[in-house]
Write a protein that binds this ligand. Structure first.
Ligand code: PMT
Length: 406
């Protein structure tokens, strides 16, 4: 079995002597079953020609952010979405610094901002440049953003120095990339995730909603895909794109979300109820705009179905993780929801910390246990939550198996 069968890899090549090894790397990635698309910086072309990289990768080389022909075939946004991983080898000190700053001044750095795929760098530079505090700070900053740093290796360098800074050999890099795809903690599991707010119409122009952006739910969907799960994302109206490989079902109201969840939840292993569902809807929806003066007389509310509580009533229920966003008494209120809705686990977050922004901090409660996750990006937090949920599900299955055997 080819280790990278059908994996879509963007191979970024930046300016450095080690770029001569990138051709061999592209060839080996393809031998392992991957489809490879090469993106070269202007400096990389000083060391190896686009023609060579095109020949070994079997695809046209991408090198210009403003190339109309390339954009017509596969634009930079599509290329970023196409990638299952972006591997930059060699990654120069300059490229790393630009990635830390989030610059988008060439095709490669732009792709790194666009993509939801994991990014791996194989640094290659003079040993003094590698040791420099600026580079080491950049390495730490990139790792904190979830970027994998592969190497560098130690040995004699093109400049005559000896030390750390050599790009890892192509065969080693193929091993590292294959390891990024190793079966995750949710391998083969079917997951439904709800995310975002719901909109409950009142009249032609007004609706009841809340401040959920969908970012937490979408980050969890991405992390679950990375962990090997099959993910259905049932989302209220949001302004962000669904991660690749996720089946997205767009809904507007709580009733729509309820229907879509209940029709799919059969045979599902895990349900993550991240959506901020409106508890109430207007009893009637006026087709015209209700006059300001009549508003309080007309507005009458009725309860929406509780989606997660309904899933918990099913005979063949999945493992259920609810979320609770509170402004006060976080622990007490979250634990009450865990019990009242009959959930397996609840993730509690402060509204002021976790709603809308790119970061979150949570405390997770289950059985008689709890675990705290400090403030970090929602993407990073999502990976840690998925890992923990996978571990608890495995432990539960093990305990259940032992009980069944008795
Ligand atoms: O989208 P972001 O901006 O990234 O913000 C993320 C978040 C803060 C919205 C998310 O982390 C979060 O906390 N979501 C749950 C919001 C909430 O407070 O829900 P709740 O207390 O109303 O409901 C508790 C649980 O029941 C939730 O799992 C909810 O999805 C579920 N529920 C609620 C009502 C309802 N009718 N049906 C439900 O399934």
């Amino acid at each position: 079995m080819k280790r990278l069968l059908n994996k879509q890899i963007v191979l970024g090549v930046t300016g450095g002597v080690a770029a001569y090894k990138s051709a061999d790397l592209a060839r080996r990635l393809r031998e392992a079953g991957a489809e490879v698309r090469v993106v070269m910086t202007e400096n990389a072309k000083q060391f190896i020609t686009p023609l060579t990289m095109q020949a070994v990768s079997g695809n046209p080389v991408h090198d210009d952010l403003f190339d109309l022909k390339a954009e017509a075939a596969m634009g930079h946004i599509e290329l970023g979405r196409w990638a299952d991983v972006i591997l930059i080898a060699p990654a120069s000190a300059d490229c790393m610094a630009r990635l830390v700053r989030g610059e988008a001044n060439d095709l490669l750095t732009t792709l790194c901002l666009v993509t939801h795929a994991p990014i791996a760098l194989a640094p290659a530079m003079n040993q003094s440049m590698w040791k420099h505090t600026a580079t080491q700070e950049n390495v730490q900053a990139l790792q904190a953003k979830g970027v994998s740093i592969l190497g560098p290796g130690e040995g004699s360098q093109a400049c005559g120095d000896i030390g750390l800074g050599r790009m890892l050999e192509p065969a080693e890099l193929v091993d590292h990339v294959a390891a990024l795809f190793k079966p995750g903690c949710l391998d083969g599991k079917k997951i439904i995730i709800t995310a975002g707010p719901t909109h409950e119409a009142i009249d032609a122009v007004r609706f009841i909603t809340n401040a959920s952006s969908g970012k937490m739910g979408y980050a969890l969907a991405e992390a679950a895909i990375e962990a090997g799960a099959e993910v259905i994302l049932i989302s209220g109206p949001v302004n962000i794109l669904a991660p690749t490989h996720v089946e997205k079902v767009a809904v507007i109201t709580a009733q729509d979300m309820f229907k879509e969840v209940m029709s799919r939840v059969e045979n599902c292993d895990l349900f993550l109820s991240v959506a901020a569902v409106s508890d109430y809807r207007s009893k009637t929806i006026a087709t015209h705009k209700i006059a300001k003066i009549a508003f309080t007389e007309v507005l009458e509310l009725e309860r929406n179905p509780d989606i997660v509580a309904s899933v918990a009533q099913l005979k063949n229920r999945p493992f259920i993780v609810g979320f609770a966003a509170e402004t006060d008494n976080l622990e007490v209120k979250a634990k009450a929801k865990l019990v009242n809705k009959k959930l397996d686990m609840i993730v509690a977050n402060e509204v002021s910390v976790g709603m809308r922004g790119d970061e979150n901090a949570v405390t997770v409660f289950w059985s008689d246990q709890q675990r705290e996750f400090l403030k970090k990006s929602k993407r990073k937090l999502a990976r840690e939550l998925i890992k923990m949920i996978g571990d608890v599900m495995t432990a539960n299955a093990f305990t259940k198996g032992e009980m069944d055997a008795k």
